[in-house]
Design a protein around this ligand. Structure first.
Ligand SMILES: Cc1ncc(COP(=O)(O)O)c(C=O)c1O
Length: 378
């Protein structure tokens, strides 16, 4: 009988070491704003070789904090790819800014840097690049654009912790880089996120922002034995807990092995799918170490819905990442975005399928996906 065990498109790896790390924090004095947060920040900063890291409660909070650090506000425009999760654009809107949706390269679904200059106006303040599926963007082009036009560059690296561009990790290529630690991401803290930067001033502002805009956190006040604090600007409670940070620290030790596994799975998919023209994986660029948060293929529009249903019926949790954000009803209502704005992303949306990829997958699982795909092709 065929194996119908449900195979999700992504899932976390949590082992006994991770569980013990969390339990140890539960038995300790500090459940939040304690020492594990700083240790986790330091470990991620060291891992990506960025000078500063500030942990927050989600990848969305990290993006919001990045927009705040740049003082994005009403009247400011921020360019970002439409092929992303809504949170990338929402972060701009939280600050009162205007997201400007850019189209993507059809081969990779990363920002199409060749046409970005057409979107610049005197109000453009920043670009948010998204390392879609775990593949780093063309940061050489983005840095050139940033310098030429005096813009800030933010990397939404929610998919790409541990991925590399020209031999250096995501985290060093933009003014501010954000990560997400949601369970399907390269490592998880259940919910959580982080901003890394080489700018101490941005890091300081984000530390205040995640704590209501208050200038000293609870631990600092208790160390000083005092009670006085000031709220100097409007912030949020975007703090991450010590439980989550301990989980993240423990997970980080295993990240290199998991990335290797993700790349092996991608290699098997590519080998198994080579030589046929119906199911076409996105292109892997030559100058990157891809993180393979997602393994995305394109199929003919006429076959996508049927393949999706057939794979789901076999217990294979394929998914579609993403409906372009400019087509989300909220953006249509608020910013009058319409079909036709980003034709490459719109066409891709009709053709893409995310196949399962996560470190716990076995070679037989990958082959099961491929044989199910082949059997379902008409
Ligand atoms: C590209 C991208 N940006 C931002 C986010 C938001 O991250 P979080 O779910 O941790 O808030 C996600 C998560 O799904 C994402 O995929």
């Amino acid at each position: 009988m065929a194996d119908k065990t449900f195979l999700p498109y992504g899932r976390q790896q949590v082992d006994e070491e991770d569980i013990a790390a969390v339990v140890q924090v539960l038995r300790s004095e500090w459940l939040t704003t304690g020492p594990m947060v700083e240790q986790f920040e330091e470990a991620v900063a060291n891992f990506v070789e960025a000078p500063f890291a500030v942990a927050v409660s989600s990848g969305t909070a990290a993006l919001h904090a990045a927009m705040f650090a740049l003082n994005i506000g009403p009247g400011d425009e921020v360019i970002l790819p439409s092929m992303t999760f809504a949170a990338t654009a929402n972060a701009v809107v939280y600050q009162g800014g205007t997201p400007v949706f850019a189209d993507v390269d059809p081969a990779t679904l990363l920002l199409d840097t060749a046409n970005l200059e057409d979107l610049l106006t005197p109000r453009t303040r920043a670009i948010i690049a998204v390392d879609y599926a775990g593949q780093p963007c063309n940061y050489s082009d983005l840095q050139r654009l940033k310098e030429r036009h005096g813009l800030a560059l933010v990397a939404d690296a929610s998919h790409s912790l541990g991925a590399e561009y020209r031999g250096k990790k995501c985290g060093v290529w933009a003014d501010l880089t954000t990560f997400s630690f949601h369970p399907v991401k390269p490592l998880t803290t259940a919910e959580g996120g982080m901003v890394v930067t080489s700018c101490g001033e941005y890091a300081e502002r984000i530390r205040r922002f995640r704590n209501h805009g208050i200038n000293l956190d609870y631990q600092q006040r208790s160390e000083q034995g005092g009670w006085y604090y000031e709220m100097t600007e409007l912030g949020y409670n975007y703090r991450i807990s010590d439980l989550q940070s301990a989980l993240g620290l423990s997970q980080l030790k295993k990240l290199a092995g998991w990335l290797k596994k993700r790349r092996q799975i991608a290699d098997i998919y590519r080998k198994e799918l080579a030589g046929q023209t119906v199911v076409r994986p996105l292109t892997q660029l030559p100058n990157v170490a891809h993180g393979y948060h997602l393994f995305v293929v394109r199929v003919p529009v006429s076959q996508r819905a049927r393949l999706f249903a057939a794979l789901r019926a076999e217990g294979i949790g394929v998914n579609v990442h993403y409906l372009p954000v400019h087509l989300q009803p909220f953006y249509g209502h608020r910013f009058q975005t319409q079909r036709g704005l980003c034709p490459v992303a719109e066409q891709a949306y009709e053709e893409i399928l995310s196949l399962p990829v996560f470190p716990g997958m076995q070679e037989k699982d990958v082959k099961r996906v491929v044989s199910c795909l082949n059997a379902s092709l008409s």
